[in-house]
Design a binder for this molecule. Sequence first.
Ligand SMILES: NC(=O)c1ccc[n+]([C@@H]2O[C@H](COP(=O)([O-])OP(=O)(O)OC[C@H]3O[C@@H](n4cnc5c(N)ncnc54)[C@H](O)[C@@H]3O)[C@@H](O)[C@H]2O)c1
Length: 330
Amino acid sequence: MILLTGAAGFIGFHTIQALLAQGEAVIGVDCLNTYYDPALKQARLAQLQGRNGFTFYQIDISDEASMRELLIRHPEIDRIIHLAAQAGVRYSIENPMAYTVSNLDGQMVMLELARSLQEAGKLKHFVYASSSSVYGGNTKMPFSVTDPVEQPVSLYAATKRSGELLTQSYAHLYRIPATGLRFFTVYGPWGRPDMAYYSFTKAVFEGQPIKVFNHGDMRRDFTWIDDIVDGILGALKDIPTENAPYVIGRAPHRLFNLGNNRSENLLDFIGEIEKSTGKTAEKVFCDMMPGDVKETYADIDASKEVFGYEPKTPISEGIPKFVRWYKEWA
Ligand SMILES: NC(=O)c1ccc[n+]([C@@H]2O[C@H](COP(=O)([O-])OP(=O)(O)OC[C@H]3O[C@@H](n4cnc5c(N)ncnc54)[C@H](O)[C@@H]3O)[C@@H](O)[C@H]2O)c1
């Protein structure tokens, strides 16, 4: 049985659907915070509730006592997929403390649960979400998991990198088999309204202008949600031992990039939205925002080699599918 946090979130929702389709039982946890419209989180949950094998709890993961109670109530839990986090680079400038509660305290509580399961001889694997933002101002392309990541340029990035380091110490001390996944700009149906692909699509349909940061001189590695879910499920099955390739130090802990391995120009990406919506975007060119990075580009060789990760969806296929979903949802 799998304990999955961030169950009402974008990536959590899709991951649970795939797990249920494989016959897995999932205990989903989410606090349903109001960072973006909770109606979208409720609508995702409504698709999951009542499905065979799915149980949901509204709990804040930083509430250690409630999370421990959950382990007692469900002694069959043997794997954890930890996706709950305060996401978003820009929001971290105005609301820094939201990041320490969810991403630092929350990561610690999840590691403590993993430790309890490990001590009880039950834990098979602790898989958790990290982010491409840990690469910060790295200018070496593509970003490899062996690149230095000591220069976060936002608090969000700093908390995600801290989550990796906290996990390394737990994996080392308590021999917790752990895998951290650095996701690169994930997009798709049921996606996050705070992300550019979503807010641009909304603005274009509503005839509103869009802000194009760094005057359009930005590149992103965009990853289709189904490719990310395949990567999460592939990583979950590949349990690291202390001698496995890519482990860090002597701990059974590995980090992988999950991206598309293509860095797309922001203006080409906006062009795909224009094609799919049949409308021209009114672009307002602006300077770079604090906390943003100019380019992301994932080296996925390690993920390919270890668990056969193979993203299949270019933005020319993904954006039209997203726009079709958006028209139905909006
Ligand atoms: N979507 C992306 O492009 C992307 C890129 C890099 C990393 N990530 C990471 O992937 C994970 C999932 O992201 P997502 O895009 O699905 O985001 P999301 O915001 O849609 O989902 C996260 C969910 O976690 C929940 N949550 C937040 N704090 C919580 C807490 N303290 N207790 C319980 N629940 C809490 C939220 O209510 C939300 O439903 C996050 O860890 C995020 O940092 C996402």
